[in-house]
Design a protein around this ligand. Structure first.
Ligand code: IMP
Length: 218
């Protein structure tokens, strides 16, 4: 079974990814919680480059912590960079989604800024369309090769928060097919339709295919 390190310190993201990939194939997934302090500087100009930067940050951290690296004995590292793009704001917050208010901004502060910005922009009176995007990056240790997988979820930005589940902008991300915000969906509903689900199903399929080729070669 493939050992995969998920390059995130975000427990919510890891749980979503574990549930999504676990439905496609039997994989051994691990992540390092925030106490490991892996340093990542997300300052690139595209989501793909930011996702690659995350893998490189983990590779550097594990090279400096050989004992941990040997214990994890992973075959792949998978990272992701995701964001929210609001049409009437010209695609903002985009690459700045996590730090819309500034570094280490809380979800509540980011949502407040988003709703305020939309109140001030006249274009937002007519259209509140938005999408979550997710770019997953699969790094194969043996092949030293990076591959990218994309997913998106379309919705509308609600005028106020509703729901307590999920994370980030979920309380204002309204999904018409469910007539609910993402924060009102249970995890299995969200994991069927989310941007992360689409991207990570493709990752799990790619890993399974490679594992199959390895066992065919034996
Ligand atoms: P990243 O961790 O640098 O990829 O930042 C992505 C940011 O986008 C997160 O901090 C969240 O604020 C937001 N985001 C990404 N995916 C979701 C989601 O599924 N629900 C709500 N917010 C999300």
């Amino acid at each position: 079974m493939a050992n995969i390190l998920i390059a995130t310190g975000n427990a919510h993201k890891f749980q979503e990814i574990e549930a999504i990939m676990g439905k496609v194939a039997a994989l051994n997934l691990v992540y390092l919680d925030k106490s490991y302090r892996v340093e990542i500087i997300e300052d690139r100009e595209t989501y793909e480059e930011n996702a690659k930067t995350k893998v490189e940050g983990y590779l550097k951290f594990l090279d400096e912590n050989q004992e941990l690296k040997a214990k994890l004995n992973f075959d792949f590292i998978v990272s992701e960079d995701s964001g929210l793009e609001v049409e009437c704001l010209g695609g903002a917050p985009g690459l700045f989604t996590a730090r819309y208010v500034g570094e280490n901004a809380s979800d509540t502060a980011n949502i407040e800024k988003l709703l305020n910005d939309m109140k001030l922009k006249k274009e937002c009176a007519g259209s509140r369309h938005a999408k979550f995007v997710c770019y997953a990056c699969l790094y194969d240790i043996k092949k030293n090769n990076f591959e990218y997988f994309y997913g998106e979820l379309n919705g509308l930005i609600a005028g106020e928060i509703s729901g307590t589940k999920g994370f980030g902008y979920d309380p204002v991300f309204f999904i018409q097919a469910f007539n609910k915000t993402a924060a009102q969906l249970n995890s299995s509903e969200k994991n069927k339709i989310s941007h992360r689900a689409t991207a990570f199903k493709k990752v799990a399929e790619a890993v399974s295919k490679r594992e199959q080729c390895k066992s065919d070669d034996k």
